[in-house]
Design a binder for this molecule. Sequence first.
Ligand SMILES: [Zn+2]
Length: 218
Amino acid sequence: MGSAAEVSDSVLFMSVDKKLDNKVITPVAREVDQERAERAIRELLEAIGEDPSRDGLLDTPARVARMWTEVLSGTNNDPDHHLSKTFDIEHDEMVLVRDIPFDSMCEHHMLPFTGTAHIAYLPGTTGRFTGLSKLARLVEGYSRRLQVQERLTSQIADAMQNMLDPVGVLVVVEAEHTCMSLRGVRKPGTKTVTTAARGIYRTDAQSRAEVMAFIQGR
Ligand SMILES: [Zn+2]
């Protein structure tokens, strides 16, 4: 997990200047306004009838402000660059990476949703592969920001499609939303499943069904 916030109150956000054959990564420092975030948390504590000066809450605004910096560390970060390093291997069959864990923040309630992502892709004749850990970085980059699960799923699929140019990509995300278990319908244990298919997995139902069987076969 991102630990930058433990070191410093500001985080270095990376923005990527994408060029086709010469990828330039330009780090852009963006100050997170900790003081303002702390003021807002203090204000919220008062709004819910708490006393921010009582002992247990004294450090809460600063702590919460730092936490937000950390959980949103992917906000201005283009994680696609994790896929810019590719390699060729003698393999033209489907690759599936299952159960990549992630934590994200629902942008409607600012509450966490957590789960796993599964990424399958079929490299083309010009097929490019990426390292397995890069897929985890990709998922992390798109999840550490205010998100909705549907967008998270399609952003991962689009990044795979754009960066690796495969014959097909299928992304399945399963998550539990605390905004559904803590409040509203209050159904703990309910999982929301979203999928995004590109290329052959979008156009060919049988290929898609085969990959889905792999993903669900556990
Ligand atoms: Zn929500």
